[in-house]
Write a protein that binds this ligand. Structure first.
Ligand code: IPD
Ligand code: CA
Ligand code: CA
Length: 255
């Protein structure tokens, strides 16, 4: 494992401990609201602080882009952090959420760690080195018949454009074996990287929702693009991903 992945793993496991401890008594967890349908708990904040502490100890000059504490630093190495992706699930005791840490170097995501503290599963990838769950190689599915495919979707709760979302959902649902919305973009992307989902469509998300999971999918043999079929722009938050033969058909469905 690349040394930077080792450090990110240590950070993710430290966050996982905090999250698991908090999950044992959810009634005690204080929940705040950042906006409509956008929640933050003290576990998000404590987990993020623990991640940043580990990363900063190893790489004091690197920049940080973290969901709860924002952007700091001027380096071309940027750690993109979501301490709990799936906060609403976490608050409800719905066991689908994960810690997401990616390292972007000069604009390109190079390393990714996703830690699912519920199942103690560690997903890792470095660009050009493949994707792994608990050190075992993972690959995207080979399905190419859309009517056999399970498709994951993510979009912000209370989406600004409900008609567009609804049209997309109807189209995906009508042309596949089913649509799944887990409430955690990064868990959907790990499912795609493992071949449990066959395709994934996200819109209106944030860089920390997508960065680590996108690299996992790419290193598992998948392709990820924007809705236009061009490279993903993390700052725009839209992503369509699948195996290379399936992707053009999914892009048509969401056009
Ligand atoms: C959320 C999840 C969800 C997506 C939301 C995100 P959070 O992240 O990724 O799948 O639909 O738009 O905000 O807030 O739980 O870190
Ligand atoms: Ca998130
Ligand atoms: Ca989050």
């Amino acid at each position: 494992m690349h040394p930077m992945l080792n450090v990110a793993t240590k950070a993710a496991r430290a966050a996982g401990k905090i999250i698991n401890r908090a999950s044992m008594d959810l009634d005690l967890v204080k929940v705040g609201t950042k906006g409509p349908n956008d929640f933050v708990t003290e576990a998000d904040q404590a987990a993020e602080a623990a991640i940043i502490e580990v990363l900063k100890q190893a790489y004091p000059d690197h920049s940080i882009l973290a969901e709860e504490s924002g952007a700091t630093g001027q380096s071309d190495h940027v750690w993109i952090i979501d301490p709990i992706d799936g906060t609403s699930n976490f608050i409800h005791g719905y066991p689908c959420y994960a810690v997401s840490i990616a390292l972007q170097v000069r604009g390109q995501v190079m390393h990714a760690i996703v830690y699912d503290p519920v199942n103690n599963d560690l997903y890792s990838a470095s660009r050009g080195e493949g994707a792994f769950i608990n050190n075992k190689r993972i690959r995207v599915s080979k399905r190419i018949r859309t009517n056999e495919c399970l498709i994951g979707v993510s979009y912000p709760a209370g989406s600004a454009d409900p008609d567009v979302q609804t049209r997309r959902l109807i189209s995906l649902n009508a042309n596949s074996a089913g649509v799944r919305r887990s409430g955690s973009a990064v868990m959907d992307l790990t499912a795609l990287a493992c071949g449990r989902l066959d395709a994934y469509v996200a819109c209106g998300l944030q860089p920390w929702d997508l960065a680590a999971g996108m690299l996992l999918v790419q290193e598992a043999g998948g392709l990820a693009t924007g809705f236009d079929g061009e490279g993903v722009k993390l700052e725009e938050g839209n992503l369509v991903a699948a195996n290379p033969k399936l992707l053009p058909q999914i892009l048509k469905m969401v056009a």
